[in-house]
Design a protein around this ligand. Structure first.
Ligand code: AMP
Length: 392
């Protein structure tokens, strides 16, 4: 792979500028979920163990280039200190002298990089200033790597650079799933709309052997084939696009797996009266909320024949009882195959991670990416500027 890891760098006595993602949820001045902070610990520990000084760069919220007191990173300091098990020196207005003066056992956190619009503009002046603060640049924020900002891209080009532990782990897992995967590879693409996943489908067709399509977006594909989907969520104006995708998939030898039976209801609410019907029997006044049991069986068979699986999007309205069944049965099968050592499974995206956690399979995927936008752009085959800048 074309980037260095921390192991390739001589960190002793160096100031290691480390881009992290600690954009954690905060309520009443307290961090309510420390997951993102916990995930950067291996990188910080590695830098310190090698005798380097870790200086963290991070954004917090979207202050739009202004100083916004509620978006100060100071609020994260107590949690950082607890998780990292050492003092954290918070520097509001950074300069190299302040960094050099900080105690050698301390980790340094610099105030929200987005308090100036030079960050999101990727202004060379800001990149140059950041570079003057350190000797080595380490990017451990895969989730911010789809943005070309001064702290994710500009500065990387100005210093010897490397990927942090979390970034390397994420890139390694993604490479295994779509870069040089064990075949057959199957993709599960679900969720609400086709329109938000056109680039994704376009990229996957040429890379995977089968795409299982579920959720609201399956309705658009079904309708494009002449199936009446009643009052279901459906982008009828994308019928041509859906047919085009199916034709391209066929030409590329990529199997498209659509539901053969459906769960329908008249009301969008939990425990709404519902029934299982063949896919072409949706009543005119009802909506499709989930895939039916025969579809689940077909999907399980496709997964059983696969060696690698990548998933983005649920198969139904998994937030509402009992319309999570199709998604959960799919996740059960992925978990079974993964735990048996027969499948490499990678899932990502906000709703997908929520569904995986709800189903109790949070530990049963080979890798779960929490990097929403960056994960999607990577699945779309796009170059992530923050990764591309890690030229080694
Ligand atoms: P996305 O953000 O595109 O991955 O979409 C996720 C959302 O799609 C979830 O909130 C699901 O409830 C919703 N969804 C899945 N299946 C359906 C469906 N058949 N009808 C309406 N919404 C759905």
């Amino acid at each position: 792979m074309g980037w260095n890891t921390l192991d390739d760098m001589d960190l002793a006595g160096k100031v290691v500028l480390t881009r992290v993602d600690i954009n954690v949820p905060v309520e009443d001045g307290k961090v309510t979920d420390a997951t993102r902070i916990e995930r950067i610990k291996p990188t910080i520990d590695t830098i310190l163990a090698a005798g380097g000084k870790a200086v963290m760069l991070a954004h917090f919220g979207r202050p739009k280039g202004q100083y916004v007191p509620e978006m100060s990173l100071r609020v994260t300091v107590p949690t950082l200190e607890k998780v990292l098990g050492r003092p954290v020196t918070f520097i509001e207005k950074p300069d190299r002298a302040a960094i050099d003066a900080a105690p050698s056992d301390a980790v340094i956190l610099i105030e929200n990089t987005r308090f100036t619009s030079m960050e999101t503009d990727n202004d060379p002046k800001m990149a140059g200033f950041l570079a003057s603060l350190g000797d080595i640049y380490c990017n451990d924020a895969f989730s911010a790597a789809h943005r070309a900002h001064a702290s994710t891209e500009g500065v990387a080009k100005l210093l010897p650079n490397c990927a942090g532990r979390l970034m390397a782990e994420e890139l390694g897992a993604l490479e295994k799933a779509l870069g040089t995967p064990e075949r057959p590879v199957v993709a599960v693409v679900g969720g609400a709309k086709v329109s938000t996943k056109l680039d994704l489908l376009g990229n996957l067709i040429s890379k995977v052997d089968a795409i299982i399509i579920g959720g609201g977006m399956a309705n658009t594909f079904l309708a494009a084939q002449g199936v009446d989907v009643g009052k279901s969520l459906c982008e009828h104006d994308l019928a041509d696009t859906a047919r085009d995708i199916m034709a391209k998939a066929e030409a590329a030898g990529c199997q498209i797996v659509l539901p053969v039976d459906i769960v329908v209801a008249a009301e969008f609410k939990a425990n709404a009266a519902n029934e299982v019907l063949p896919v072409d029997a949706c009543p005119a006044d009802k909506m499709i909320f989930d895939v039916g049991p025969q579809s689940s069986k077909n999907i399980a068979a496709v997964i059983q024949s696969a060696k690698t699986l990548i998933m983005n999007g649920p198969l139904g309205v998994f937030e509402l009882e009992p319309f999570q069944k199709g998604t959960f049965e799919l996740l059960d099968e992925i978990a079974r195959q993964t735990n048996a050592g027969d499948l490499i499974s990678v899932g990502g995206g906000g709703d997908t991670v929520a569904a995986i956690n709800m189903s109790g399979h949070g530990e049963d995927f080979t890798y779960i990416s929490t990097a929403g936008g960056a994960f999607l752009e990577w699945m779309e085959g796009k170059t992530l500027p923050g990764v591309a800048a890690l030229g080694g």
